[in-house]
Design a protein around this ligand. Structure first.
Ligand code: ADE
Length: 216
């Protein structure tokens, strides 16, 4: 999957994207991630990307021109790519949406900043995404959340082919059962004996009985 991130802070990404599973996905050719610095599309000698809102009000807004030009550059690299805008007023990010996007060939993620963006940029956006009902200082952390949760669902990225299907939320509402590893007794806290019994039917039943349903 080709992922292009439009951001004013490309240097925020490598710590997350160039480690662990995301690094492995890149090395295996399952993820091709690149960054488009919105500042490069800024206007005038100061490379301005933001301006005050018409009608007054606090804060600054991302101007349309730098965003349109950055998206055009990204689209020239990947014509079919879906354009996602990170914004607290987007539709709520869910496992099901991650699953749907994991079969896309390419994604372009726009990271918002400041108080928001000029509404006209929505004409080049396919999907607005919020990672939760709280406001962050920018769309970079949401973009990392989106990339991580999508890329790990690309077949072959996780070690066990089945682990992404079996886990929490993959059916939209069930959480996983509790897990235990060694030691059997840690300072008096014991592993449930059924898990040591070797009886697979009993273990399966225990796991089912101890799976918690999510509130949504
Ligand atoms: N930008 C700021 N807050 C955000 C959120 N909760 N989700 C997505 N983008 C954001």
């Amino acid at each position: 999957m080709k992922i292009q991130i439009i951001t004013l802070f490309p240097e925020m990404f490598p710590a997350v994207m160039d480690n662990s599973m995301m690094l492995k996905a890149q090395k295996n050719g399952q993820l091709d991630i690149s960054y488009i610095d919105l500042r490069d599309f800024g206007i005038g000698p100061r490379k301005t990307v933001d301006d005050t809102p018409y009608g007054g009000g606090d804060g600054m807004l991302l101007m349309p021109e730098p965003i349109f030009n950055a998206v055009e550059t990204a689209k020239n690299n990947d014509k079919q790519a879906k354009v996602l805008l990170m914004t607290p007023v987007g539709s709520k990010w869910k496992q099901e949406v991650a699953q749907n996007l994991s079969s896309e060939g390419g994604l372009i993620l726009i990271c918002g900043r400041y108080e928001g963006y000029d509404e006209r940029i929505l004409s080049v956006v396919d999907q607005k995404i919020s990672i939760g009902d709280y406001v962050l200082t920018g769309g970079e952390i949401p973009a990392m959340v989106v990339v991580d949760s999508v890329v790990r669902l690309i077949p072959g990225v996780l070690g066990g082919e089945t682990s992404a299907q079996k886990e929490s939320f993959s059916d939209g509402k069930t959480l996983e059962h509790p897990h235990y590893t060694r030691p059997e007794d840690y300072e008096g806290m014991k592993v449930p004996s059924v898990l040591l019994s070797g009886n697979h039917a009993d273990i399966e039943k225990w796991r089912k009985d101890n799976s918690i349903s999510s509130s949504e």
